[in-house]
Ligand binder design. Structure first.
Ligand code: P6P
Length: 338
């Protein structure tokens, strides 16, 4: 057997062994999330066959049409987290408030030590077009000592994450995670049902060749951003310009490509989305944790994403994330220093 034949669970345990005082709860939790995502992957890959496509006819808390797969992914993750017994609360894009999970085991009420934010199926508007979509997760230790979880446990700065990751459902299903000890990627081998190590200690290039932004919003951007994007299209060999434009419209797909090849993803505030479109707790924070662990940078155009003090579960933030030098450069344009 190839010594690189490392399963996700084996890798998680190896990481845990670096911490003699570790209880193993976080390892179990990550394994439970991976199991839930394997189940979601099954549904995503056969969505067209079991008529799960199309709208449920309902809307989520943001007034967006909810596809059945979104609901399925949310339900699968919540069920797995309930069974896991390691979470006292779950927050999800598909749920207005957080879900307090409290485990009764062995006759005693035991309150679990972690909370988790999920985007169960990001990019779901692309489901019918068979474009890659993804699950994003962000894990914290609870702040309160016992009892039912409170909003204080859920609304913590991104620097307090203990783990974060995503699963991309594309030509293959890949899980990428960090616990603060580097970024590692695993490809699901459907024949054995195991995630196998494919990237260890992933690092993102310091300077990109690719930019990802919805240029249809150009007229809504502030002038600094327009000048930056215009500069990427000019002939400037010493800067490696022009860059290539790559935009899938599915955050996890765009982020994953940029993580592997180098790139900058931008979803700025604009006249329509004054705080940007993407969500802090279950999109920006987990991806920011990952990109910083990979040597990249993630800001809102000025401040580090991980330093933002959250006020609400579903708050939005502008997001500039990817290769460090490119994020620093767009910040200069945004702050009139270029
Ligand atoms: P736009 C998908 O709906 C999503 O939330 C992200 O996955 C993606 O990056 C973004 O919205 C795309 O937004 O406005 O460019 O269609």
């Amino acid at each position: 057997m190839n010594e690189k034949f490392v399963t996700l669970y084996r890798h998680i345990i190896d990481q845990e062994r670096k911490y003699p005082k570790a209880t193993g709860e976080l390892s179990d939790l990550l394994a439970d999330i991976a199991l839930a995502c394997k189940l979601i992957s099954l549904e995503v890959n056969r969505a067209g066959l079991i008529d799960i496509l199309g709208f449920t006819g309902t809307e989520n808390v943001h007034g967006e049409h909810v596809k059945k797969l979104d609901v399925h992914a949310h339900d699968t993750l919540v069920s797995a987290m309930k069974a896991s017994g390691h979470l006292c609360a779950v927050a999800s894009e598909e749920s207005e408030n957080f879900i307090a999970l409290d485990e009764q085991r062995m006759g005693k009420r035991i309150t679990s030590r972690y909370v988790c934010h999920f985007d169960p199926l990001d990019g779901s508007s692309n489901i019918d077009a068979n474009i890659s979509i993804g699950t994003i997760f962000s894990i914290y230790k609870r702040v309160t000592k016992s009892g039912y979880a409170t909003m204080e446990d859920l609304l913590q700065k991104g620097t307090r994450q203990v783990a974060a990751g995503y699963v991309i459902y594309g030509s293959s299903t890949i899980m990428v995670y960090t616990t603060g000890e580097g970024v590692h990627g695993f490809t699901l081998d459907p024949t054995v049902g195991e995630f196998l190590l494919c990237y260890e200690n992933l690092k993102i290039k310091k300077r990109a060749k690719t930019y990802s932004i919805n240029e249809g919003n150009y007229c809504k951007w502030d002038m600094g951003l327009r000048k930056y994007i215009d500069s990427l299209k000019e002939e400037c060999p010493e800067k490696g310009h022009p860059y290539s434009a790559r935009y899938v419209g599915s955050l996890v797909a765009d982020f994953h490509r940029n993580l592997l090849y180098g790139g900058i993803f931008l979803y700025p505030a604009d006249k329509k989305n004054v705080n940007g479109k993407l969500r802090l707790m279950y999109e920006a924070n987990p991806l920011a944790f990952i990109v910083e662990q990979a040597g990249g940078r993630a800001t809102n155009g000025r401040d580090r994403i991980l330093h933002i003090e959250p006020k609400t579960l579903h708050q939005r933030t502008p997001l500039f994330i990817g290769s460090e030098e490119d994020v620093l450069e767009v910040e200069k344009y945004m702050n009139g220093k270029h």
